[in-house]
Ligand binder design. Sequence first.
Ligand code: UFG
Length: 346
Amino acid sequence: MARILVTGGAGYIGSHTVVELQESGYDVVVVDNLSNSDVTVIDGIEAITGKRPNFENVDCNDYIGFDKVFDRYPDIVAVIHFAASKAVGESVEKPLLYYRNNIGSLVNLLELMQKHKVNNLVFSSSCTVYGQPDKDHLPVNETAPRKEALSPYGNTKHINEDIIFDQSHANKSLHATILRYFNPIGAHPSALIGELPNGVPNNLLPFITQTAVGLREQLKVFGNDYNTPDGSCIRDYIYVVDLAKAHVLAVNRMLEGKATDKVEVFNLGTGRGLSVLEIVNTFIKVTGVDLPYKIVGRREGDIEKVWADPTKANKVLGWKADTPTDEILLSAWKWELNLKKKRERK
Ligand code: UFG
C-alpha cells in the first residue's frame, strides 16, 4: 500500500488524521519535532489502529534531516503538511519564529518533494484567511476574497497558500489540495488521543474542559456585545475526526487522478455557526458538570462571526461533517477525564 508522509503527525489534527489514514489502509511516516506534542501520541495511534506509524523526530526546517527522511522512504506518494506553529497571540510576540517555522518548513518541503518526485500535497490552511467575511459572504465559500491577516500566524497561512499556488505553477507535476479548516474540536472516541494544549489553552474547548475538570478556576467568555443573537462570537466548530477523514478523501482524490485543478481549495466546516454561549451551555447540559464562567471584555483581534459553506467539499470530496455537537463535546470531556486519570497515576 502507498505511503503517506504526515508532518506534524504527533499533533492534534495530525494524529487523528494518521489514525484515519492507517484505518483506510495507508502506511504512514510521521515527521514531527515534538515542539508542541508528545511522543506518547504515537502509542495512542498504535493502540487505536493496531499499527505503529513510522516516526521520525525531525524538524521540517532541518533541510538535511528532512532530505534523509525522503531517502529512507522512497515509497512516499503524498504529503500532508500539518507541522506549524499555531498560537495567534504568540505569533504577535514572536513573529520571526512564526515566519521561520511556517514559511521555512513549507519551502523545504516543496523543494524536497520536487527533488524526490513526490507530486501530491495536502496543506493545512485556515478560515483565518477570510478574516471577517462581509455579510453577503456568510456562510463563507471558497470564492470569498482572502483578507489581510490580523496576526503574523494568519499571515503565514496566507503566504503559505501563495507559495503553493506559485510552486504548482512552476512544478508541472505538482498537485495540491488546500484545506481551510474552521474550528476543530473534540477527541477520538477511544479517548486515546486528543488535544494536548501547551500551558494555558488559548482555544475555547480545551479551556472549557480544563475548567470543568478543576485545572482552571473560571472560563472567561470574551464579549457579549457582538452583533449576534446572544452577543457572543459565532464559529463553525467541526469534529476533529470528521476533519481527519476529509484528508483521506483529499489524498484519494489526488492519487486517483481525479483532481480537476492543479490546486484545489476546500472549506472544511459543518455549515452551522454556534456562539460561545451556546457551546458553554451545551457542554453543561450534556456533561452535567459545573462550569464556572464569567463574561469579560472582548479579546483583541477576535472575529465576530464566521461559519463555512462546505458545499464544495460535500459534493466534490463526498464528505460531510455531521457528528452531533453533543457527541463532540462529550468526546472532549472524556479525553480530559482520561488525562486526569493519567495525572493521578503518576
Ligand atoms: N473564547 C472565549 N474564551 C476563551 C477562549 C476562547 O470566550 O477562553 C472565544 C473566543 O473569543 C472566540 C471563540 O471562543 O469567540 C473561539 O476561540 P478560539 O480561540 O477557540 O478560536 P478562534 O476562532 O479564535 O481561532 C481559531 C484557531 C486559529 C485560527 C482561527 C481562524 O485557533 O488558529 O480560528 O479564525 F486562526
